[in-house]
Design a protein around this ligand. Structure first.
Ligand SMILES: [Zn+2]
Length: 227
């Protein structure tokens, strides 16, 4: 009887072991299939059009909401704006922004949250538009986020693009304003295609260096010395 019990126990262990192996193999198989499906579609390519209807996006900021949100906006609705926010909030390490006009409070809330999470954020903005009414640039600087502005007042830094973790590009006509999101006809492309992402990375670095205040001061001093 004891031998039978021991055998049963051993067999039970064996069966559990086999079950665990089968589970691991099936998870691996599902992952492999998902990878194949993703690879067959190529890198991420997505197009978002605006205006975007106003819906509640509170769940994007508070993933562990204990109670259903009580705000009057529609819930559980995906929009171009909620998708844009999902892409931005997916940032894990670095976010580089070139934004002509930035006054949208929900977008700035996302930037503050990422900053709080330790994401390294660099922002290049337009010299004139950074100080218009409602601009979030002062608040970003106050929070300790690295912001540089176009040095020339003769031209605009008119780009509207974001680089998420150096591998995802978000670019289009959309200014980060309430009007841009809710009223204007705008477009945004989101892609992880390396051939498109790389030139934007290089352009960002070029603008970042060109907007370095240290360079600007050096140029001013040179100018004064020449005089
Ligand atoms: Zn709500």
């Amino acid at each position: 009887m004891q031998a039978l019990k021991e055998m049963s126990f051993k067999e039970l262990l064996k069966a559990l072991g086999l079950g665990a192996i089968a589970l691991v193999l099936s998870v691996e198989w599902v992952n492999w299939m998902a990878r194949r499906l993703r690879d067959s579609r190529g890198p991420l390519k997505e197009v978002l059009f605006f205006p975007s209807p106003q819906v509640c996006i509170e769940h994007l900021f508070t993933s562990h909401m204990r109670f259903p949100c009580a705000c009057p906006l529609p819930h559980g609705v995906k929009t171009s704006f909620s998708r844009l926010m999902e892409h931005l909030l997916s940032t894990r390490t670095s976010l580089d922004l070139c934004i002509f006009s930035f006054s949208n409070m929900e977008l700035s809330r996302a930037i503050f949250l990422l900053h709080k999470q330790g994401v390294i954020i660099r922002v290049v903005v337009d010299r004139e538009y950074m100080s218009i009414t409602g601009s979030q640039i002062g608040a970003l600087r106050k929070a300790g986020i690295n912001v540089r502005h176009e040095m020339s007042s003769a031209v605009h830094m008119h780009h509207k693009f974001a680089l998420v973790d150096g591998r995802k590009l978000i670019s289009g006509s959309l200014n980060w304003t309430l009007t841009g999101v809710q009223s204007n006809k705008e477009n945004v492309i989101v892609t992880e295609e390396p051939e498109l992402v790389r030139p934007y990375q290089l352009e960002f670095l070029k603008l970042w260096e060109a907007s370095d205040p240290a360079n600007h001061r050096a140029q001013s001093l040179n100018g004064q010395l020449k005089l």
